[in-house]
Write a new protein. Structure first.
Length: 288
């Protein structure tokens, strides 16, 4: 039976559930990593990227009472990078040397990211799985520091999410969830336009679930489809601008909710239609 969003108001109870559900859920990190290694022997190799799903608990006051809720802290990609304007989690490609060195700190050093019940669940997995998860966690934390200035010391590891393979790029995403306590002052680099925080409860509002219809620039290849439809979440940001969450990030976040909350996506085809035509440089960035 699916749980309701009321649980998002209870910080400790929700975090305990996240750690348990992700800790017990089967991980495909090792098999996905092997597929990527095998692909390097072919003419179409795949790449690997770790991302952090930052969970924050935002407190607020209403009607004289203190309340709060969990949010996903996402980034809006700048025009300097590929897929400008899209919402995504902080993260990026694995650094073959640096991330392996950082992994040693996570596994053997006095690092506070993997601790408590999450560390206990991680220790129950096979050593090879622990190593590959620590590699992508180090990767995601390094990228989060570079992109938004998020200190790894402020992140509490919660657990892994199943990988996701992109279709427009030969890339596999390795997502890991982390609870960010008191994120402090963030510093955005050139890859990030702004931070967008989306309440987890928004995914339960049918009026915010829509159909993202878009077209790509015309191609000379008649076999390449030109129009697509995907589910999306329509979010109104604090500055009054409407932001559209769709694609890989939407899939990964709904997968997180499915594992933790038995979430079921509403019929998005009946929702509001959001139409867009992408810029010819959408896949490579405009570098403006």
């Amino acid at each position: 039976m699916a749980l309701g969003p009321e649980l998002f108001k209870h910080r400790e109870k929700f975090l305990a559930r996240v750690i348990e559900k992700l800790g017990l859920y089967p991980s495909n990190f090792l098999s996905a990593s092997k597929q990527i290694s095998d692909s390097r022997k072919t003419v179409l190799p795949r790449q690997a990227a770790g991302i952090l799903i930052p969970l924050l608990f935002r407190s607020f006051s209403s009607n004289g009472q203190s309340d709060g809720q969990f949010v996903f802290q996402l980034i809006k990609r700048s025009s300097r990078v590929s897929q400008p304007g899209d919402l995504s989690c902080p993260g990026g490609m694995v650094h073959p040397i640096l991330d392996r060195l950082l992994r040693l700190l996570l596994l053997y050093g006095p690092f506070s990211v993997i601790r408590g019940p999450a560390r206990a669940y991680a220790s129950q997995r096979e050593p090879a799985i622990r190593k590959i998860q620590a590699l992508f966690l180090a990767n995601a934390l390094r990228e989060s520091w570079e992109e938004i200035g998020l200190s790894p010391c402020r992140v509490h590891y919660l657990g892994p999410i199943p990988t996701y393979s992109l279709t427009l790029f030969r890339r596999t995403i390795f997502p890991l969830a982390g609870y960010v306590e008191q994120p402090g002052s963030l510093r955005l680099n050139h890859e990030v336009e702004k931070i967008v925080e989306i309440p987890l409860a928004s995914f339960y509002r049918e009026d915010l679930i829509g159909c993202h219809t878009f077209s790509l620039p015309k191609s000379t290849d008649s076999n390449v489809p030109q129009s697509f439809q995907y589910p999306c979440l329509i979010h109104c940001d604090s500055d009054g601008r409407e932001e559209i969450l769709w694609g890989a990030t939407f899939h990964i976040l709904t997968q997180f909710l499915r594992i933790v909350m038995d979430y079921r996506l509403s019929d998005w085809r009946k929702g509001r239609i959001v139409q867009r035509t992408f810029h010819p440089d959408y896949l490579k960035g405009r570098f403006s």
